[in-house]
Each structure stands twice: as C-alpha cells, then as structure tokens.
Design a protein around this ligand. Sequence first.
Ligand code: NAD
Length: 275
Amino acid sequence: MGTKAMTDMPGVVVTGASGRMGQMLISLLAESDALQLVGAVERAGHDWIGQDVGVAMGGAPLGVIVADDPLDPFAQAQAVLDFTSPAATLEYAALAAQTRAVHVIGTTGMTADQVAALEPAARHAVIVRAGNMSLGVNLLTVLTRKVAEALDADFDIEVVEAHHRHKVDAPSGTALMLGQAAAEGRGIDLDAHSERGRDGITGARERGAIGFSAIRGGDIVGEHDVIFAADGERVVLRHLATDRRIFARGALKAALWGQDKAPGQYDMIDVLGLT
Ligand code: NAD
C-alpha cells in the first residue's frame, strides 16, 4: 500500500475517467473545495492512458495522469468514484477494500450474484452503491414506497423509463430501485412479481405485478415514471433528469459522507438521510 494524501481534503480516484460520468466527476472535482482528484483510471489499452486527464478531456492540465493499473492510485485515495461496468466494479471493490478507500458505486446492470460478491469487500471498507445518485430520484423512491403502501393491488404498478441511445442495460438501475421500493411498500418479492419485456400475446396482466418498460433514444439523460393505474384513476410519480451533474454531485456527497462511517454497504437514502 502506498502513502495516503497528506492534505486535509480527502483524495479521490475516478475510474472510467473517459466515460460520460467519469468526465463529469473529474470536472466537478477540479472545482471542489472539499475533495481533491488524486487519480484517474481507465481500462488497459485506452488511448487516454499516460496522458494528463485534464488535457485528455480537452482542457487545462490537472496534474493527474490516467493509469490502467488501479493499485497505486487507489493506495493514495480516501475514496473511489466508480461508474464503469459490473466486471470492473467487482475488481475495484476488492482493491478499494484492501486500501480502505470509500467505494462509491454508480455502476448499474449488476446481477444479484455480482451484488452478493461485494459483501467481502464491505467487511473492510465503506461501499455506497445506488443505481441513481440524485436527490430527486432517492426522494421519489421514498414516495413510491409510501404510495405503494397506501394503495392496494387494484392499482397496477408500472415503471416506465427513458434513456439515451448509448445505454447498455435495461431496465435502468433506477427503474429497478423504484420497482424494489414499490415491492417493499406492497410487502411482496419483486423478482416473483415482475413483468418485464412484454411482446406478442402475453396474456392479461397479472394482478399485483410490477411492470417495467424502457425507451431508448437520442440524448435523454434519464426519465422515470411510476404509474399506479386503477379503474377510473391514475397516480403518476415522475422524475426528469436533464443534467448528469445531479448524479456526479450525489457521488461526491457520498464520498465525503463515507469518510467517518463503519465498513458496510450503504445507499444514497442513507447518505441523504431520507429514511
Ligand atoms: P460510459 O460508457 O460513458 O462510461 C463507462 C466507462 O467505464 C468508460 O470510460 C469505460 O472505458 C469504463 N469501463 C467499462 N468497462 C471497463 C472495464 N472492464 N475496466 C475498466 N474500465 C471500464 O457510461 P456512463 O454513461 O458514464 O455510465 C457508466 C455506468 O454508470 C453505467 O452502468 C450507467 O448505467 C451508470 N450510471 C449510474 C448513475 C447513477 O446515478 N448511479 C448515473 C449515470 C450512469
């Protein structure tokens, strides 16, 4: 393990530095007076490796060279901001646990087995993981649980989400968060009561099921509706994200919040105190 940064501000490494979220995080960190960027990691073979990350982003140098080996950057950091892919996130979790860095995981599309595989890491370090790091969506999660608790199965629950054309997983991590909140409100198991990917002669809708559908196109940052539809009336809870900064701000907040917490797995509801 290397020497941790000596200033008062916690040092932060951004993985997937060239990604949509990675670049947003680096821009916010460059302006932050609470956290400092100490490392940037990309996958081996990426053309940013060896370059100053600020220059690679088309701006002024930031004094941080993009690395493909996460070991040294992690050893110098108090937090890792990780919006990459499930396989990469698992690898980073093991390493962040070794170096005791707070691992903020925004990566979505992880299977239940992959989520379970984070547990050993969470025994040694703080993990904050959320499919959506915005204040608005986490508030919507709390509201969804409440509404699902108040309305019975006469109200069909549908989660409809829209994202940009580059998104690789569906339903979105946020849609699944909202579905989980609805299932908890109803007191049912989401996996046993989900309707996903309807096509063709599907048969009538199952009473009590939670349905998911996904729209993909253009540059949509992220839109989520939770629809409670009964005979004669409908309640719709909606969140519209128009700027990725809301996710990045949440991630920075989580990195700071995690500094004095005991090892374990947390989410943004914990960070935001929205119980
Ligand atoms: P992106 O494709 O623009 O960026 C992904 C980055 O990860 C790239 O830089 C890529 O090189 C890197 N990467 C991928 N696989 C890797 C590997 N095996 N090893 C090392 N690096 C690897 O995607 P994005 O839009 O920035 O989203 C990234 C992830 O974050 C997705 O899972 C997305 O759903 C999620 N996301 C979460 C939130 C949230 O609030 N939790 C918000 C936005 C996006």
